[in-house]
Design a protein around this ligand. Structure first.
Ligand code: HEM
Length: 188
């Protein structure tokens, strides 16, 4: 009886999740093993990434297509227990980027975490993330996305080493195994 109830609950949750699933209007293969989907709705952009990697997955908006400086990046990963995380970060150099929440602008205002992760899963070595952000977050450590302009998008992933907390509790993640940039006009 108990197991029938649990099964019904799983089916109900699955059915509800599929009712709320977003269908994405656009898709681009950033690499053989990294596909990006996106859709725009008013002031928000919704992304889905599918990557054959289980370390971390990064996507970012850059001024000239380089990683650094001043690129607005999201770094996503799935912890060993299965919970997904997104870090909103800002590159200063060709090194692990600091998180926006650890930065202050010249008025002393702290950066904010502006990515909302809505789903994360890892099956058979394929990581899938769904996340969204306001086109203009108002944070000095984010770039404004103009969907009608050419946006320099950077991407990267680490195949199999997951971010971890060091002895002092700071998040660390290892360099990418693959990375590149492309240009996209988000509004087709
Ligand atoms: C621990 C974090 C990271 C480290 C240590 C790191 C380090 C580096 C280094 C040393 C380079 C120079 C080229 C090379 O030797 O490979 C580079 C290039 C690059 N990185 Fe990263 N990176 C990190 C995170 C990221 C993230 C999160 C992204 C994007 C979301 C990214 C995107 C790129 C791209 C597109 C390039 C090539 C263009 C360029 O040279 O600027 N990186 N990275």
């Amino acid at each position: 009886m108990q197991s029938t109830r649990s099964l019904s609950l799983v089916i109900l949750v699955g059915a509800l999740a599929s009712c709320f699933a977003i269908s994405y209007d656009n898709k681009v293969a950033l690499a053989n093993d990294y596909t990006l989907y996106w859709t725009l709705n008013n002031d928000t952009i919704y992304f889905k990434t599918e990557t054959k990697a289980t370390g971390w997955v990064g996507i970012g908006i850059s001024e000239k297509g380089y990683m650094a400086p001043k690129s607005d990046v999201a770094v996503l990963f799935i912890a060993p227990k299965g919970n997904g995380t997104v870090f909103d970060a800002w590159t200063l150099a060709h090194a692990q980027p600091p998180f926006d929440t650890d930065l202050k602008d010249n008025t002393g205002k702290k950066g904010t975490n502006d990515w909302l992760l809505t789903s994360a899963n890892e099956v058979g070595g394929l990581s899938t993330f769904e996340f969204n952000r306001k086109l203009n977050t108002g944070d000095s450590f984010d770039r404004v996305i103009d969907p009608t302009a050419q946006t320099k998008l950077i991407w990267a992933y680490n195949l199999d080493s997951k971010p971890y907390k060091d002895f002092w509790g700071y998040w660390k993640f290892n360099e990418h195994d693959n990375m590149d940039s492309t240009t996209i006009v988000f509004k087709k």
